[in-house]
Ligand binder design. Structure first.
Ligand code: TEU
Length: 540
């Protein structure tokens, strides 16, 4: 496969509002990121992905943009952002920004114009429909609301929103709108950023026909509609091909066959993607399903398109809580999951705090939560007459706030995140789990990540090697190889709470390169401890 910097990179996601607060307003900020760049550089990171910091009423934490050319006051200002780009580049790092162009905020001036009258020149920049039989045009749900249609009194029509009511969808059929977006993309690229993480980019095209869905709860009708590839190819022609940048599309509801259409190198659309088969199919760990997903994506994209590897981000419960065992084997299972993500084919992502094994959270009441997805769902269910406590309990495990609590820097009040009142409570376990403690412990999750990242830099086989699952039917062990011309690596993972026997017969000329247990392998190499992970190099 063609070599590219973004294939070899390790990406670190900064959810800035929870990263480091430099001005005591309770929100992390751009200056705060600047103060921590050396920490990120030391870990071995190549690329930083910043969640959106454009001007926004902040109903959906920055994913509701009211001005694409401005910086949210909470985050800082444009001059500070420009300084941040310089500081990032001067350390040899790169930075990609979130691009949120499926929808704007309902406070965006474009939307104010669009809703003002049916003949406003921007009417067609959003999606408007007449009522049908006195109600919504169809039975579709949105991600965050019971209907994807919202009635707007001034012009007596409904507008379409894939997410919250406050996030009207843009109409990508309109060429003027598309050009306006391309102009905005060039504005940021010309400032020197190195690419985009593209929010729900496969939702841009809408169905031609708004007839009812058979099962409105399966909201995949919102995505992958005809026209989407034309828009992305146009975006590539108009903007992306003129810069050496990385693009990663957030692409829900796709199989590997559909995913390939977005990232096939010969199609000139996107470099790589986040698909959500793991997040959507696996509320908790499911080894057989996970292996199936990995194999089918490897085979589906092989030699033609590039995958991304992640188990959590700002929308998903932290991986050691959701997919590991944060109660009895937090450190070991955090290391095992890291081993897996950094040795599977694709670019690995680290979500801030993952590198110290931060966990999900369990607050006492719905009042302590901020997540609009969780709050809207809670309201919807309680309004139906369901027991509020029961509804609350059912929403805790997958609340997006699980990953949004402040970064735990040390054991000082507010975990050293802020000397003000944080916008969301800190996880009470910060006294034990924090960066300072990790840096003082050579066996910490942090130092394990550092080793893994360094290994990836030195060994192309981790990036470009062929992948083969050697035990597809085992429910606990995940054993696979990565191989290049004259080198094979063997990754052995025991993803469960009990020991497992394992034979290394057939792998004679082996050398252990990394493991998450300190023990004498000479004696009992063929027993795998709970959540044990090993990487071997096999010489021909
Ligand atoms: O998320 C979209 C989203 O909710 C899905 O990608 C979801 O995570 C996936 O289908 C798995 O179930 C993006 C942003 O990441 C999120 O924070 C925003 O709220 C949302 O778009 C709207 O902009």
């Amino acid at each position: 496969m063609n070599k590219k910097w973004w294939k070899e990179a390790v990406v670190y996601q900064i959810y800035w509002r929870s990263f480091f607060d430099s001005d005591r307003d309770g929100y992390g900020d751009i200056k705060g990121i600047m103060e921590k760049l050396d920490y990120i550089k030391d870990l071995g990171i190549d690329v930083i992905w910043l969640n959106p910091f454009y001007k926004s009423p902040d109903r959906d934490n920055g994913y509701d943009i009211s001005d694409y050319y401005g910086v949210m006051n909470r985050a800082g200002d444009m001059a500070t952002f420009e300084e941040l780009i310089q500081e990032i580049h001067s350390r040899g790092l790169k930075v990609i920004m979130d691009l949120v162009v499926n929808h704007t905020s309902d406070q965006h001036p474009w939307f104010s114009e669009s809703r003002s009258s049916k003949d406003n020149p921007k009417r067609d920049w959003y999606i408007w429909e007449d009522p049908k039989g006195g109600r919504e045009p169809n039975n579709w749900r949105s991600y965050f609301a019971p209907s994807c249609w919202e009635w707007d009194e001034p012009t007596a029509q409904y507008y379409y929103h894939s997410f919250a009511v406050e996030q009207p969808d843009l109409n990508w059929r309109n060429p003027e709108l598309r050009n306006e977006i391309y102009k905005m993309m060039r504005f940021w690229l010309d400032k020197g950023i190195d690419g985009f993480r593209m929010d729900v980019i496969n939702l841009l095209a809408k169905k031609e026909d708004f007839s009812d869905a058979e099962n409105p709860n399966n909201i995949s009708y919102l995505a992958n509609n005809p026209g989407i590839h034309d828009y992305l190819q146009e975006m590539h022609r108009e903007v992306l091909r003129h810069y050496d940048v990385m693009t990663v599309g957030e692409i829900p509801f796709v199989s590997p066959e559909e995913g390939l259409l977005y990232v096939d190198e010969s199609r000139n659309e996107l470099n790589t993607l986040f698909h959500f088969q793991v997040a959507d199919d696996m509320p908790t760990w499911d080894m057989l399903r996970y292996k199936e997903i990995q194999t089918s994506w490897y085979e589906g994209l092989e030699q033609r398109g590039w995958n991304s590897q992640f188990l959590n981000n700002h929308d998903h419960t932290r991986q050691v809580t959701r997919y590991g065992n944060d109660r009895h084997y937090r450190v070991q299972s955090a290391k095992l999951l890291a081993t897996m993500i950094h040795t599977l084919p694709g670019t690995p992502y680290i979500f801030q705090g993952e590198e110290i094994g931060m966990t999900g959270v369990r607050f006492d009441s719905i009042e302590d939560y901020n997540d609009i997805a969780m709050k809207n769902k809670y309201q919807e269910e309680v309004t139906k007459g369901r027991d509020p406590q029961e509804v609350f309990e059912s929403l805790i495990l997958l609340s997006r706030d699980n990953s949004r609590t402040p970064m735990q820097w040390n054991d000082a009040p507010q975990a050293g995140f802020s000397s003000g009142e944080p916008w969301i409570k800190v996880n009470p376990n910060y006294k034990e789990i924090n960066v300072e403690a990790a840096l003082n412990d050579p066996d910490s999750v942090y130092f394990y990540y550092k080793k893994l990242i360094a290994l990836r830099k030195e060994n192309d086989v981790m990036v470009y090697g062929d992948y083969k699952d050697l035990l597809p039917d085992d429910e606990h062990l995940y054993v696979y190889s990565r191989s290049c011309k004259d080198e094979t690596w063997l990754i052995v993972l025991n993803h469960c709470d009990v020991e497992q026997a394992f034979t290394l017969d057939g792998f004679t000329n082996r050398k252990l390169i990394l493991s998450n247990y300190q023990r004498d392998l000479e004696k009992d190499e063929e027993v795998l401890f709970p959540h044990e992970a090993r990487i071997y190099q096999i010489k021909k």
